[in-house]
Design a protein around this ligand. Structure first.
Ligand code: DGL
Length: 255
């Protein structure tokens, strides 16, 4: 059942700047009055670390965010969503959601034929959890491939979204991949590479990411306060270089 009082204050957590792709979807949908963003930029990437480490970093982030008394926490990180959410939920009364359900909703929304060649990309932890691959199989998709493309994370963190380095990393990871009908961006950093990915895979390839359906997913499950985009207050926090995070946010969110 939905909460009766609209949720005004949300906390959003990612290992770095990737969660901004989710913030963008929320502010474009005029959602929430106050967004508290936390990127663990001192310890990004999470995706190559072991599960125990990711869980302990996530619990630290949780206690940091609890201090702001948010009414909802969105884990805008597929890696944490794939392995740490139940541990976070056990340690707080604040509702916590991840991005996988919204990612699966985005896949369903495309109405792809079940025979489509689907490629899922994400960090080592997300891909080895099989969370998207199993979800796709349950939906009846029969041609699913998955690839760890962890190097995209430091590129995005460095503000490199296009150009030679990005192309070289695409050639490295995708050299054996052919005929991709749909590409699932199973990492919240990857939407920042969308223009380059579109150029590489061509206009027929459908790109899918959790941010696309986060607003509608939230509307289905929660009562969220609405606020004009330019009135939403956003506070940025980072474990290192908060100015860099803010700079990237201003660029990416067009603030
Ligand atoms: N943005 C994250 C994700 O969605 C994590 C990237 C990382 O820290 O490796 O998986």
């Amino acid at each position: 059942m939905k909460n009766s009082t609209p949720i005004k204050k949300v906390a959003i957590f990612d290992s770095g700047i990737g969660g901004l792709s989710v913030v963008k979807s929320l502010i474009d949908a005029n959602m929430f009055e106050h967004i508290i963003y936390y990127g663990d930029t001192a310890r990004v990437p999470y995706g190559s670390k072991d599960k125990t480490t990711i869980i302990s970093f996530s619990l630290e982030a949780l206690s940091f965010l609890e201090g702001f008394e948010p009414e909802l926490i969105i884990v805008a990180c597929n890696t944490v969503s794939a392995c740490a959410i139940p541990f976070m939920q056990e340690n707080t009364k604040i509702p916590i959601i991840g991005v996988i359900q919204s990612g699966m909703k985005a896949i369903v929304s495309k109405n792809l034929p079940k025979t489509s060649n689907i490629l899922v990309i994400g960090t080592q932890t997300t891909i080895s959890s099989n969370i998207y691959q199993d979800g796709l199989k349950d939906l009846g998709f029969i041609n699913v491939q998955a690839l760890e493309t962890g190097l995209f994370v430091p590129l995005v963190e460095a503000g490199i979204y296009e150009g030679e380095l990005v192309k070289a990393s695409f050639n490295h990871y995708f050299k054996d991949v052919k005929n991709v009908d749909a590409l699932v961006l199973g990492c919240t950093h990857f939407p920042l590479l969308i223009p380059s990915l579109k150029e590489y895979f061509g206009s027929k390839c459908v790109l899918i990411h959790s941010g696309e359906t986060m607003a509608s997913y939230l509307n289905e499950h929660y009562n969220i306060a609405s606020c004009p985009r330019d009135k939403i207050k956003i506070n940025y926090h980072a474990s290192s270089n908060v100015y860099k995070l803010q700079e990237n946010a201003t660029k990416w969110l067009n603030l």
